[in-house]
Design a protein around this ligand. Sequence first.
Ligand SMILES: [Zn+2]
Length: 209
Amino acid sequence: MKREIKETIASIGKRLYERRLNGGYGGNISIKDEGVIYITPSGMPKDILSYSDIIVVDFKGNLLEGEGKPSSELLFHVAIYKERSDVNAIVHTHPPISTGFAIANIPLREAIHEEVSLILGEVPVLPYEMTSSKELAKSVANAFKKYNAVMLANHGVITVGETPEKAFRRAEELENICISTLVANTFGGVKEIPPDKLKALFSMFYKKK
Ligand SMILES: [Zn+2]
């Protein structure tokens, strides 16, 4: 198995912790590569992970390499990869502010900020399902048919990307925008980008691509 992929996961774990996007034990990170899944181990703080701690499993959850157990949330990682062939990395975190939005059941609307419109898209709050459950995996896989970031009620957030960096940046951006939304609400509320300007923004962005 590839050491550089394991190192990428360990490095994202440290960055999530350093940027206050995750408490020590919370969350999990995975990367899909050549038909296998590299994932953080169960019960280990993410800020002190080393590449040698990363577990490799197949799509049935069978252990291929590593000591210890894969994250207890492996089920929803597998479910997302099965649903989205374009997704190669998944970051699940418990960031304090966006988790607060999830607890309060406040979704992020697409039109509140350029970054949300272009990088995240609309971010829903999925109804509460117990951690590690099949119900959670089913609900998450269904949501990722349409979204690139979701909030889980009373739990945390999940972001995906074609690359690990993109999945990480989406988690970072989601937390930043939740902070901005919180501030906007203390100053009288969120005002959305007018629909015609939002349309123009999308057409400019997609033309550039
Ligand atoms: Zn969690």
